[in-house]
Write a protein that binds this ligand. Structure first.
Ligand code: SF4
Ligand code: SF4
Length: 341
């Protein structure tokens, strides 16, 4: 009598399933190379998950009490910025949480996040920098520094600010009462310093759906105040962090994970080279150590850690996180890079 051989699921040592039930291989992305050497275009620094807000959809679950992603000091970051320079970094992004707060700023014991300020100054000497901020309140404690850096570096320093909607009540329903007015006021103050802020919106939360309508409604909001802005659109939101809580409250289940095969890049018309994990790396501090991840969409998941140095991180990335499809490959696809409308 023939015995049945059990099906073996082939697993990557990091715990990633390498083959699906149909026997198709897991898709992967190789790091970008030039002249046989790896090169880095974008370095992301996740400065910490502490934030003065607790937005209903925040995928990092940031809040005034979340320290899971720890604050990165200048002394810790500096060697990584130097290494990024050696690999030709073209842009450095700082994100959080809210980069302008740390525990001392949030609790009123300090005016400024001095560690971040030092990191920012140093990064700007290496490459253009973009800061992602909620621009609600704590950025204002840093206006002197921003004014000075604007004078020294001009458009090499950009500020990216999310407005969930051009309507105050829709924005406040996600970010908190009064936040729309505070953020719009900050944008006006930054504009008076010479910055052209990049306003980011997320299509799933907007009433307007065509690119033209979205750009027009935001530009109109600011044109009336004599303020010039760029509009950046994020196509997909993540079912992670606070957004998972929202789904539960609405009685909804998260969507099932989509298994990305080697064929999906062409089927979905998203070449591997177009994905952030090809040309970016992201630094996160967890449990006291700085760790490299492929992108800021995935955090705090040991299966996706790429090492403790940038050089070590230039490894193949298996497209095996739920967010890979949900954020990067679904529909028109999203990127954390600024892609002005
Ligand atoms: S979405 Fe941004 S501003 Fe809102 S809680 Fe998260 S990090 Fe803070
Ligand atoms: S989330 Fe996107 S950029 Fe990050 S590893 Fe997955 S496919 Fe690559």
């Amino acid at each position: 009598m023939a015995t049945q051989t059990p099906t073996l699921i082939r697993q990557h040592p990091d715990g990633i399933e390498m083959v699906n039930a149909r026997g198709e291989e897991r898709g992967y992305v190789e790091p970008k190379r030039a002249n046989g050497q790896p090169v880095l275009e974008d370095l992301w620094v996740m400065q910490g998950s502490l934030c003065d807000l607790k937005c209903t959809h925040c995928y990092t679950a940031s809040s005034p009490t979340n320290n899971r992603l720890e604050q990165i000091t200048f002394a810790e970051l500096r060697p990584h910025l130097d290494e990024a320079a050696r690999f030709g970094v073209q842009k450095i992004y700082f994100t959080g949480g809210e980069v302008f707060v740390n525990e001392d700023v949030l609790r009123g014991r300090a005016q400024r996040n001095e560690e971040f300020v030092q990191s920012l100054r140093y990064a700007l000497e290496i490459a253009p920098v973009e800061i992602l901020t909620n621009a609600r309140h704590y950025i204002r404690n840093h206006f002197d520094v921003l004014r000075e850096l604007r004078q020294r570096h001009g458009d090499r320093l950009r500020l990216r600010i999310t407005l969930e909607s051009p309507q105050a009540e829709e924005h406040d329903a996600i970010r908190g009462k009064g936040t729309f007015a505070q953020t719009v006021e900050t944008i006006a103050q930054l504009s008076a310093m010479g910055f052209v802020p990049v306003i980011t919106a997320e299509r799933p939360f907007l009433t307007q759906q065509s690119d033209e309508d979205i750009r027009a409604v935001y530009q109109e909001l600011f044109r009336a105040k004599g303020i010039q802005v760029e509009v950046n659109l994020i196509e997909n939101v993540l079912e992670m962090g606070h957004q998972l809580v929202q789904l539960r409250k609405q009685g909804k289940q998260p969507t099932p994970e989509v298994f990305i095969t080697t064929n999906c890049f062409s089927l979905l018309n998203k070449p591997a080279e177009s994905l952030m994990c090809h040309y970016s790396r992201c630094l996160q501090k967890l449990e006291g150590a700085l760790r490299y991840y492929p992108c800021p969409v995935i955090y705090d998941d040991a299966r996706f850690e790429l090492g403790r140095t940038l050089e070590e991180s230039f490894r193949r990335v298996y497209i095996a996180h739920k967010n890979c499809y949900d954020y990067c490959l679904k529909g028109r696809g999203a990127t954390c890079r600024t892609r002005p409308l």
